[in-house]
Ligand binder design. Structure first.
Ligand code: SF4
Ligand code: FES
Length: 381
């Protein structure tokens, strides 16, 4: 695809750090994240924001890991505000203090997205790998008290899908403006923990019905989104709305990517925002053009009428499951390797005891976790 016809990115996912006090079993950070040590300097991120805005980006997801662990977050929010970018802070909430939230709001922060793992401390903390539940509720309360829009994000899986009704009730109690019930996508750490997390079709059907009823009931008060897992959708989904179409990810060490796991794909060379302007990477780099559009597709995608809707599904999932990044995503019922998904669904009917694979907390994140524990003890600021 030529630079002239390349689409324009709308959202910049700024992965400010891979450090995080939590160790969620479905974390989307790379399995080898602890090896990514070098992080971008403040000036690098400020330049990335300016270049992203020139490229057409209108929204910045300040994400991680845990973005609050960056001490320069305030500077980044201020610059995004100056550029009139919509800023969404995607946080565990753990290291947050109320005063800092007030400061971020004053600097122009537009939205806060807090993740909740389940409706009880025991259930949530088994998934998050550490004490965190009460703290998250406190932080969600601050967001609302300050008048900021609150998005609650709950990743669904076998262990909490049966609690969807309670999750919705909790979101109502907290006054969430938006509730994202996002079923786990089995990549990264979630793939490693798939045996534990993959639900049955029956669980999913029940939860979907509850969510649909609530969506109607809450219309106008709370936006409710229910994202089906790829493994039960029969049709592939357009991951990131298509490769290098709408999303631009920048990793903590500066790689520009079309999705957060693209650097796990073989044979592609990723460029750093330290070495090249973002526009050049977006338009011209061979890796961004590798799966952009439809020219790279093979059958059955090449002649399928859905190819411009789902773009052949997720490249990272195709590679993870088949060893071939150009394969049709096996979650599509027409995919030559769809039997891999059927086998996983079958196994979910009779799960054995599963080992829990938590990501290990590097030193700085462990320190942040200790601070958060102390804060949770008092619960007050
Ligand atoms: Fe999508 Fe390819 Fe499946 Fe067609 S064959 S529905 S384009 S993944
Ligand atoms: Fe990389 Fe789907 S996560 S294309």
């Amino acid at each position: 695809m030529s630079a002239a016809s390349a689409p324009r990115p709308y959202t910049l996912v700024a992965e400010l750090t891979y450090q995080c006090p939590l160790r969620c079993l479905y974390c989307s950070n790379p399995l080898d994240y602890a090896r990514h040590q070098a992080s971008l300097a403040t000036d690098d991120w400020l330049r990335v924001l300016r270049q992203a805005e020139s490229l057409g980006v209108v929204q910045v997801n300040l994400s991680g890991g845990e973005p609050l662990l960056r001490e320069d977050l305030e500077e980044l929010v201020a610059e995004a505000e100056r550029l009139q970018l919509y800023t969404n802070l995607i946080t565990s909430g753990i290291p947050l203090r109320r005063q800092r939230l007030e400061r971020l709001q004053a600097l122009g922060l537009d939205n806060v997205q807090v993740s909740i793992q389940d409706v009880t401390a025991a259930g949530a903390e088994r998934i998050a790998g550490r004490r965190s539940f009460e703290r998250k509720l406190t932080v969600a309360g601050w967001v609302k008290e300050l008048g900021l829009p609150l998005t609650l994000n709950v990743v669904l899986h076998r262990e909490n899908l049966d609690h969807v009704g309670e999750v919705i009730a909790l979101a109502e109690r907290l006054g969430a403006d938006r509730l994202e019930l996002a079923n786990t996508q089995y990549l990264g750490w979630a793939f490693r923990n798939r045996e534990l997390l993959l639900p049955t079709r029956e669980q999913l059907t029940r939860a979907r019905a509850i969510a649909a009823e609530a969506r109607t009931r809450l219309k106008g008060r709370m936006e409710l989104l229910f994202v089906t897992p790829d493994y039960y959708s029969e049709k592939a989904k357009s991951c990131m709305e298509g490769w290098a179409r709408r999303f631009l990810v920048v990793t903590p060490d500066g790689l520009a990517l079309p999705c957060h796991l693209a650097h796990t794909l073989p044979g592609l060379t990723w460029q750093s925002v330290k070495d090249r302007p973002l526009a050049q990477i977006w338009h011209d780099s061979p890796a961004f053009n590798a799966y952009r559009g439809e020219a790279w597709m093979r059958e059955p995608c090449r002649s399928c009428e859905r190819r411009s809707i789902d773009f052949g599904g997720c490249r990272c999932q195709a590679y993870l499951l088949t060893g071939d990044a150009a394969a049709t995503d096996p979650t599509c019922s027409l995919a030559p390797r769809h039997e891999l998904i059927e086998a996983a669904r079958q196994a979910a009917q009779h799960p054995g005891p599963a080992v829990l694979h938590y990501r290990q907390a590097p030193r700085r994140a462990a320190a942040a976790a200790a601070v958060a524990d102390a804060l949770s003890d008092s619960h007050r600021e």
